[in-house]
Design a protein around this ligand. Structure first.
Ligand code: G16
Length: 547
């Protein structure tokens, strides 16, 4: 195997965001760009690993978007040149993010490269992304992503093996000297992990007795595995899983499972022919949306219900949970469940990577985020299909409808009315200015009115990891009005164009009376937009997406 050293001028913009490096596909396709990131990641990994990690497998999978296959070939060649002895590539190149995490853990790999821009649209004109996951199966923590960035800024050369492309559409092995490239069946390890948690026989009987659902895989990475588990193993009717074939452009859709982008599923669930349960997952299969007939389950409620019901409805959690965690902007509904069950509840910054240490230390079992992510310590990524199987188990055990389960939950614990407003495509400068001004005014905001409530505390969230004591600051501005209300404002770390400002509104009512969420939050929404001078700064103040 010949190895070439390629020289180039370093790129200065390869700092991973909330979840890896995401850019426009065309930008990624420029000469040396992807190779630079791969080499920088490999160099950074070398700093944190001793011993023979090069002998352990390195896993590669992607969400199937445009450029997936070419990127896989590039990773294989750079990894071979850097001495990796066992490279494992998902057959067809498609493997969801939780699926990749499952393979890394099962195969005791040293880590893996995940090619995904998640829920962002795919194609030459859209987005591409890459991230590195460590040996626990989870996203590299900040100290590793910062090391990758530091490496990339100084990098002037990378190594590449001059070998032929590997056929990634055929299961098998190819040897390159002493190194092995293995193309593996992407369905096997992940199915086993899920099977160890869920009672597939009970769920199969549930479908046999007439339960109906629709799963929209949005032409993305979950399609093949969802068909395999829901239709083939659990016996749901053919056609239950739709848009199951991954496409490089996701069929021209935005593979984001929310009320706006999963419109076809929303329309079905609000129609006269709705099945009993509806669900969707995103580009790389880590996000999920849960629906009942004419009923949307907000991610915060979904997390709270799963945490509440796991021990009694899901075999893998029958011994109870060790604790729960949520990202700071996520609804505090799960905190009430934790309190009632005497569980620890952790509040982390946005980003699944912050849950890794807690799970590794056995401090929490179930975690979730407002951005349609829920998961547990079975892998180290959020897991859309896992959430769907949780809900199926709860539905099968309780024999209630989705709406009844959630309403019963609200009656028991009270309800956090919740909405996230995304203001997308904002010009960077004014967006940064709004945040900077707000940050500067925090001390003076305490005691001021925000709609009907008075601000009792205002801060910029800072997190000290309880395991390694690392500190992450400036993680989102919180305007807290006692126990009743909270507004969180932060800029997204996953966009590829301009700035996206996310504003999270939440209001608690101890007695659930079925009020409309818009009515409960309307005053605060208006007051917050005035406080931020949204119209003045951006010319308009209507959000692009409300979830
Ligand atoms: C990623 C992260 C999540 C985070 C989400 C939104 O999700 O893994 O932890 O909640 O981004 O981040 P932001 O608000 O900064 O855009 P995904 O599904 O895009 O990988």
């Amino acid at each position: 195997m010949e190895i070439e050293t390629i020289k180039f001028s370093p790129f200065k913009d390869q700092r991973p965001g909330t979840s890896g490096l995401r850019k426009k596909t065309k930008y990624f396709m420029q000469e040396h760009y992807l190779e630079s990131f791969i080499q920088a990641a490999i160099n950074a990994v070398r700093l944190f690993n001793q011993g023979d990690y090069l002998q352990a497998p390195l896993v590669i999978g992607g969400d199937g978007r445009y450029y997936n296959d070419q990127a896989i070939q590039k990773i294989i060649k750079v990894a071979l040149a850097n001495g990796y002895q066992h490279i494992m590539v998902a057959c067809t190149g498609v493997l969801s993010t939780p699926g990749t995490s499952a393979v890394i853990r099962t195969q005791k790999a040293s880590g893996g490269f995940l090619l995904t821009a998640s829920h962002n649209p795919g194609g030459m004109e859209h987005d591409f992304g890459i991230k590195y996951n460590i040996a626990n199966g989870g996203p590299a923590p900040e100290k590793v992503t910062e090391a990758i960035y530091a490496q990339s800024k100084e990098l002037t050369e990378y190594k590449v093996a001059t070998v032929a492309d590997v056929d990634i559409n055929k299961i098998g092995e190819t040897m390159f000297g002493s190194a092995r490239v293995e193309v593996f069946d992407a369905l096997v390890d992940y199915t086993k992990v899920l099977e160890s948690l869920f009672d597939f026989e009970m769920l199969a009987a549930f479908f046999k007795n007439g339960f109906t659902m629709r799963f929209d895989a949005m032409h993305a990475a979950t399609g093949p595995i969802a068909k395999h588990i829901i239709e083939r193993i659990l016996g749901a009717a053919p056609g239950t899983v739709v848009r199951a074939n991954p496409l490089p452009d996701f069929g021209g859709l935005h593979p984001d499972p929310n009320q706006v982008h999963a419109k076809e599923l929303m329309d079905l669930m609000w129609s006269g022919s709705a099945p009993m349960f509806g669900a969707a997952s995103d580009g790389d299969g880590d996000r999920n949306m849960i629906l009942g007939q004419k009923f949307f389950v907000s991610p915060g409620d979904s997390l709270a219900v799963i945490a509440d019901q796991a021990a009694s409805c899901i075999r893998g959690y029958s011994k109870g949970l060790s604790g729960v965690a949520r990202s700071m902007p996520t609804s505090r509904a799960v905190d009430l469940v934790a309190k009632a069950q005497g569980l620890s509840c952790y509040e982390t910054p946005t980003g699944w990577k912050y849950f890794g240490n807690l799970m590794d230390a056995g401090r929490c079992t179930v975690c979730g985020e407002e951005s349609f992510g829920t998961g547990s310590d079975h892998v180290r990524e959020k897991d859309g299909l896992w959430a769907v199987l949780c809900w199926l188990s709860i539905l099968a055990k309780t024999k209630l409808s989705v709406a009844e389960i959630v309403q019963r939950h609200w009656r028991k614990y009270g309800r956090y009315y919740y909405q996230r407003h995304d203001h997308e495509g904002l010009a960077l400068e004014p967006a940064n200015e709004v945040i900077a001004k707000l940050r500067a005014s925090l001390p003076s905001l305490v005691g001021q009115k925000l709609g009907a409530f008075t601000i009792s505390a205002a801060d910029d969230f800072s997190y000290t990891d309880p395991i390694d004591s690392s500190v992450s600051s400036k993680q989102g501005i919180r305007l807290i009005c006692g126990e009743d209300e909270r507004v969180v404002i932060r800029l997204s770390g996953t966009g590829t164009e301009g700035a996206t400002m996310r504003i999270y509104y939440e209001r608690f009512c101890a007695r659930y009376e079925g009020a409309k969420v818009e009515d409960m939050l309307g005053d605060t929404v208006r007051a917050t937009k005035e406080l931020l001078k949204m119209k003045e700064m951006f010319g308009h103040d209507e959000p692009d997406v409300i979830t």
